[in-house]
Design a protein around this ligand. Structure first.
Ligand SMILES: CC(C)(COP(=O)(O)OP(=O)(O)OC[C@H]1O[C@@H](n2cnc3c(N)ncnc32)[C@H](O)[C@@H]1OP(=O)(O)O)[C@@H](O)C(=O)NCCC(=O)NCCS
Length: 156
């Protein structure tokens, strides 16, 4: 693990110049996307995606479907850079950058994914319910969570 100073982490919109770094991060996580899937994300007008940059390299990625309201579809931090606040900083700044029309953000997460569930709770997401056997490989339930944007931890 590399120790970083969070002040040196810069959040910026995901673009084609990050594709190799972001593909490499996705190759190391469960349900990660292929390079083709990531290029599809770039081409999709309904998605808003961001990266966390450290020393010129993308070390974390997140993507939202943002129309009237938003859905967080993926967030990941490179395994070498985890548990240092990067995921929290990336999501906080990305949510602030979403269109002002977006009032709430929903997401689904594997019920056994404790790091992600803790991250979302820390951000102010609340549990709405559960979808049984929503995931396969491996099988798992989905927890559905929502964040109301206004006023929660300054995420306006
Ligand atoms: C979930 C994930 C994005 C967190 O990224 P990160 O950069 O390590 O997160 P942060 O360092 O900002 O941690 C923020 C909070 O998340 C929680 N958290 C992070 N890692 C954790 C772990 N291993 N165990 C328990 N809680 C954890 C904690 O509440 C933490 O706050 P704290 O440091 O005050 O305890 C990262 O573990 C990851 O990429 N996982 C694989 C991909 C994934 O499962 N994504 C979610 C589904 S799409």
């Amino acid at each position: 693990m590399e120790n970083i100073n969070l002040e040196n982490i810069i959040i910026e919109p995901f673009s084609i110049k990050h594709i190799e770094d972001v593909t490499s991060i996705h190759s190391q996580v469960l349900d990660g996307w292929s390079m083709k899937g990531l290029i599809g994300d770039l081409a999709n007008d309904s998605t808003e995606s961001y990266v966390a940059m450290y020393e010129g390299k993308a070390v974390a990625f997140c993507s939202f479907i943002a129309t009237e309201d938003a859905e967080l579809v993926f967030v990941c931090t490179h395994p070498l850079y985890r548990q240092q606040g990067i995921g929290y900083k990336l999501l906080s700044e990305s949510i602030k950058a979403l269109p002002t029309s977006v009032n709430s953000i929903v997401l689904e997460v594997r019920s056994k994914n404790e790091p992600a569930i803790n991250l979302y709770k820390k951000m102010g997401f609340e549990t709405l319910g559960k979808r049984r056997n929503f995931y396969s490989f491996p099988e798992d339930d989905a927890i559905v969570m929502e964040l109301i944007k206004g006023g929660v931890m300054g995420l306006n």
